[in-house]
Design a protein around this ligand. Structure first.
Ligand code: KG4
Ligand code: ZN
Length: 356
């Protein structure tokens, strides 16, 4: 089976085609991503209206390019998938309308994909990971621990009660004068640290019996250190503070994942894999910490390649393909969903907004 996937929920316009072989990992036949970073950089964050217009301007061409690079025509496809939420609604509508229009003219099935399910199932595309597995989903908008029991079957074990972890990276980087987007810039800065333990930062939620996260206090602590330094940081200050930040985030993630592993092992004795997904999963320091955790728990650790951690079309194509295999297609009247939890049974976190 071959499926085209379209991703337009945030600031990447992306189209890709993936193929499966029945069981096991799939193949990425093409994967075209156009980042809008330069459009948003002057504003220090994503501007929804600019994002939607840019998706509209570029998507047709990127779909064409994805088909060309795969050496395929529309008649070679088995289905068309698009991110239908959660995300910025203007962009989501551009992707969904394009996919629906293509499905209407070709008669191919349409799959409305939850962006988070795209991140969640990427490890099955790249590594053929089997259900059930424990998922740490860490991105700019989400920070969750989920037991993944099957396609469309998620049990949320924990979520952030305020900021997502990628948001904490982005906001802290801004406070430190590192620029946007913060995650990769913080990681680069931290690599040059002379004294990673120089700044004392809190480890959010450490020791709590649940699996929830909180990152807004960490950002506030970063702000306090910057103020204590008189508001202007040298490169050495930035490097040390970025490294201390990585240490605190890492400690918090490990503490929360340890709790989740305990629960997961009891509930799913057959499970043996921890998967990390989402943009923050591109971070090498955090990957190393998670790998070490898994070694201690005799769990397999799977992290997709960097280009499939941040938003892309291949993850949407793959989630669409998995849904198509199960007959889970959608009507052309499917309404995009700006909010769309993976586990509808889980309680909304008190201050989390769309992040829940
Ligand atoms: O999954 P993603 O591309 O978009 C969302 O669905 O949110 O994640 C983007 C987030 C941003 O907050 C970005 O700063 C963060 O992922 N990120 C990183 C790294 N690369 C991207 N955070 C930490 N280290 C990185 N290397
Ligand atoms: Zn994402």
């Amino acid at each position: 089976m071959k499926v085209l996937g379209i991703e337009t929920s945030c600031d990447e316009t992306a189209a890709a085609i993936v193929e499966d072989d029945g069981e096991g990992p799939g193949r990425v036949l093409s994967n075209v991503v156009l980042s809008q970073l330069d459009d948003h950089r002057p504003y220090g964050g994503v501007v929804p209206e600019i994002a939607a217009r840019a998706h509209l301007q570029h998507l047709d061409r990127l779909v064409r390019q994805a088909l060309d690079e795969a050496g395929l025509g529309l008649s070679d496809l088995d289905g068309i998938a698009a991110t239908a939420g959660p995300g910025l609604i203007g962009g989501v509508m551009v992707g969904v309308m394009t996919a629906k229009a293509m499905a209407a003219v070709t008669g191919l099935p349409f799959m409305a994909v939850n962006h988070l399910e795209g991140h969640a199932l990427t490890a099955r595309l790249t590594h053929g990971v089997t259900f059930p597995f424990l998922l740490l989903l860490v991105s700019g908008g989400h920070c969750q621990l989920l037991a993944v029991e099957g396609v469309g079957r998620y049990r949320r074990l924990g979520t952030t009660i305020d900021d997502a972890v990628g948001e904490a990276f982005d906001k802290s980087a801004k406070i430190m004068g590192l620029g946007y987007p913060g995650g990769p810039l913080m990681e680069k800065a931290a690599a040059g640290a002379a004294d990673p333990g120089r700044f004392d930062l809190p480890v959010p939620m450490k020791g709590r019996p649940d699996c929830d996260f909180s990152f807004s206090g960490l950002k506030t602590a970063v702000r306090r250190h910057v103020e204590n330094l008189g508001g202007t940081l040298t490169d050495a200050d930035r490097a040390d503070l970025a490294a201390s930040f990585h240490q605190a985030v890492g400690d918090s993630l490990i503490d929360r994942c340890t709790k989740a592993l305990k629960y997961f092992k009891e509930a799913f004795p057959d499970g043996k894999t921890l998967v990390v997904a989402g943009g923050v999963a591109a971070n090498q320091v955090l990957r190393a910490r998670l790998m070490d955790l898994c070694r201690r728990h005799r769990f397999d650790f799977v992290a997709p390649p960097l280009g499939l951690c941040t938003d892309n079309g291949a993850m949407i194509a793959w989630a669409g393909l998995e849904r198509l295999r199960l007959g889970l297609t959608d009507g052309l009247d499917f309404a995009p969903r700006p909010r769309w939890p993976l586990d509808p049974g889980a309680k909304a976190a008190p201050f989390a907004g769309v992040k829940a």
